[in-house]
Design a protein around this ligand. Structure first.
Ligand code: NAD
Ligand code: ZN
Length: 248
């Protein structure tokens, strides 16, 4: 592991353009459960059903009651952990340009990162299904479920991408461009199964980038396109990387 950290740090140090792709795993240490794996939401219910757009549109009351209500509470109290903070440290050192995140929790921005592409939108904002009036998470009134629009009494939805919805065009374009231009991509806490985000490391690899993966469990990337897999939790591995980078 020590040698792998050293090699990863050296690649990052010598790269002209490094990006990170993050998934639910980087926020696990902030108390937000991922969709898959140990302690995941999957163990309670099927996120493919409750985070799927057609199911939500047909059953908004149920989805708010079973899933979104608690998810909102969890996100509201979550704070950036040493993984998020470590990525901001890398940015400050000029060693990380952009984070492409599949997360909707806003924790990279809270940690200070300045260039975050929210590939799946954000849970910081909501809008009305009827009149599109917007409200932010602070103004969201959950005293009744589902929460309603103050203007027209329509049901509110989060401004994030549900399964079955399109990725915001600007996010998709910028992410694809960076994937094809970067020299190093650090893939952190993602099972690399959800498309099209999963194709980002593939595009990077095809364009000759070095792929560093950080995850406590091997993923489909580990035996295929990852050049290095650093097995461990995001917070401690990123901290180790930063310590190693100090020695250069
Ligand atoms: P996922 O739930 O499919 O996979 C999580 C991955 O994180 C797994 O590979 C797991 O081994 C790894 N992991 C667990 N603990 C970790 C840790 N401490 N450090 C590093 N890695 C760890 O997540 P996904 O691939 O991002 O896909 C699920 C989709 O669900 C995402 O696209 C996202 O939009 C959404 N989601 C977001 C949040 C959030 O915003 N925090 C939470 C759950 C789901
Ligand atoms: Zn409305």
């Amino acid at each position: 592991m020590e040698n792998l950290i050293e090699k990863a740090a050296s690649k990052i140090k010598n790269s002209k353009l490094t990006i990170a792709l993050t998934g639910a795993g980087i926020s696990v240490e902030s108390g937000i459960p991922p969709f898959r794996g140990k302690g995941s939401l999957w163990e309670k219910f099927d996120p493919m059903k409750y985070a799927e757009i057609n199911y939500f549109l047909k059953n908004p009351n149920e989805v708010w009651e079973v899933f979104l209500k608690d998810f909102e509470k969890t996100l509201k109290k979550a704070k950036p952990n040493s993984g998020h903070k470590g990525l901001f440290e890398l940015e400050k050192k000029g060693l990380l340009t952009t984070i492409i995140t599949q997360n909707i929790d806003g924790l990279h921005q809270k940690a200070g990162s300045n260039d975050v592409i929210e590939f799946h939108g954000s849970f910081a904002n909501f809008y009305c299904l009827e009149c599109f009036e917007r409200v932010d998470i602070q103004g969201l009134d959950l005293s009744q479920i589902p929460p309603k629009c103050k203007k027209c009494n329509g049901i509110l939805r989060p401004d994030c991408v549900f399964f079955g919805e399109m990725i915001p065009q600007d996010a998709l374009e910028r992410a694809s461009m960076l994937a094809s231009q970067c020299e190093v991509v650090i893939v952190i806490g993602t099972s690399a199964l959800v498309q099209p985000a999963a194709s980002i490391p593939v595009v990077a690899k095809t364009s000759k980038a070095f792929v560093i993966e950080i995850n406590p469990e091997p993923t489909p990337l580990s035996d295929s396109i990852a050049d290095i897999t650093l097995l461990g939790e995001a917070g401690s591995v990123i901290t180790d990387l930063l310590i190693e980078l100090e020695t250069f």
